[in-house]
Design a protein around this ligand. Structure first.
Ligand code: GDP
Ligand code: MN
Length: 388
């Protein structure tokens, strides 16, 4: 689960991480009041959306007067920001964060993530901060250090390695070690799956500070973090994903043409892979899970049928705990309100497969049957071509 930059900064500040002074503003008047209360001579007005790349898209405005703050807030609030990370549709700006403007001497990249290979929390650091880190990784990988933390805290040796890589010495090296320790604590105590400071800066006065902050909470740990759940901003999330989550479906919207309905995350991944192999792309990831009900399957089909990107639906069920008749029942329920406007290819095997097939056939639905995944993917890709 994502939270906003201003929320991530407030969370980090609780752990003693230095962040710029700032205030949230939901209106132009609030933006002006916020700037006045931050008294200084430079302010930064930052659009709060769950996406990065705001700077290049005009979502971060440096203002030299209260009048400029007012103009920037007027311009940004309610506007739609299209950045490299939002997709074409962009995201509407409903919240602004007004910060004191700072003098930047240097910009670094610093993040924490769960490294599945080492099964540890790892820091990723780069002296080339403030830019697109994927670009740095591609063009100059030697500028990126990935370091897994071996123990329960950042050791002196590990901190030294990171500080040296960033070119920090003396007092700044100490400040860096202190910062790493605090970030590590924040990340583990809050059960993060990702924490990114891009940039972490060295101010003109020689202080390290988190100028930008992105925090992604591990959704599986939210049950023990009511304080993070409270930060959820549903207006930033895909309405289809919210809908699906209410039915206990693991659904993620993607941008291909083949709507997928699969049981089991591994099988769902394999299904997406084989669709790509056959020359198209999945419109979604969907794992209906083991204890799925007719209602949830019905909801899942409705999501697929109401998605304009979907040109064909591929049902790949390998019934174990999931019963094929429940999948068929969900489809029959869904078409009462959402007609099958695209071809449906079904591979339905395992528990109660005969009954499931019979239900679909009795309803005289125009479903194309496949015996295995390979054939199913081939049929679905061909069907999507016909429709397109
Ligand atoms: P992002 O583009 O969405 O990642 O937004 P950031 O918060 O990283 O801001 C983009 C860029 O704006 C930063 O890399 C800085 O160069 C610049 N910026 C942000 N805040 C300040 C500030 O207080 N002072 C100055 N001079 N530049 C800032
Ligand atoms: Mn940034």
């Amino acid at each position: 689960m994502n939270i906003h930059e201003y929320q991530a900064k407030a969370m980090l500040a609780e752990f003693g991480v230095p962040v710029p002074r700032g205030k949230l503003a939901l209106s132009v008047a609030e933006a002006v009041t916020a700037a006045e209360s931050l008294n200084g001579s430079v302010w930064v007005v930052k659009a709060q959306i769950h996406a990065g790349g705001r700077g290049k898209a005009g979502g971060v405005r440096i203002c030299k007067s209260i009048g400029e703050v007012k103009a920037a807030a007027t311009d940004l609030l309610g506007s739609v920001l299209v950045t490299k990370q939002t997709g074409e549709a962009g995201k509407q700006v409903n919240r602004l964060y007004i910060e004191e403007g700072l003098n930047i001497a240097r910009e670094f990249y610093l993040s924490l993530l769960v490294d599945r290979e080492t099964e540890r929390v790892a820091f990723v650091a780069s002296p080339a901060g403030g830019m697109d880190i994927e670009e740095v990784a591609a063009s100059s990988p030697e500028k990126i250090l990935t370091l897994s933390i071996a123990g329960d805290e950042v050791s002196e040796n590990e901190a030294q390695k990171i500080a040296a890589f960033l070119g920090l010495e003396g007092e700044q090296e100490k400040a860096c070690a202190d910062l790493l320790e605090k970030l590590y604590r924040a990340f583990t105590e809050k059960d993060g799956s990702m924490l990114e400071l891009n940039p972490l800066i060295l101010t003109g006065g020689g202080k390290l500070m988190a100028l930008d902050a992105k925090f992604v909470a591990d959704s599986n740990a939210l049950y023990r973090h009511a304080e993070i759940v409270g930060l959820r901003d549903l207006s930033e999330e895909d309405p289809r994903e919210i809908e699906a989550s209410q039915f206990g479906l693991n659904y993620i919207a993607l941008d291909g043409h083949i709507g997928c309905m699969v049981n089991g995350a591994g099988l769902a991944m394999a299904t997406m892979d084989i669709i790509q192999l056959k020359g198209d792309r999945p419109a979604n990831f969907l794992d209906v899970g083991g204890g799925v009900t007719v209602d949830a399957v019905c909801e899942a089909f409705k999501l697929l049928f109401s998605d304009d990107h979907v040109k064909a639906v591929l049902v790949n069920i390998f019934g174990g705990i999931v019963r094929c008749d429940i999948i068929a029942g969900g489809l029959l329920e869904a078409i009462k309100t959402h007609p099958m406007r695209v071809p449906v290819v079904m591979r339905l095997v395992g528990t109660n497969e005969e009954e499931g097939r019979r239900m679909v056939k009795d309803a005289r639905l125009d479903v194309r049957w496949a015996n295995d995944l390979d054939q199913a993917a081939e049929l679905a890709v061909a069907a999507a071509r016909e429709v397109a």
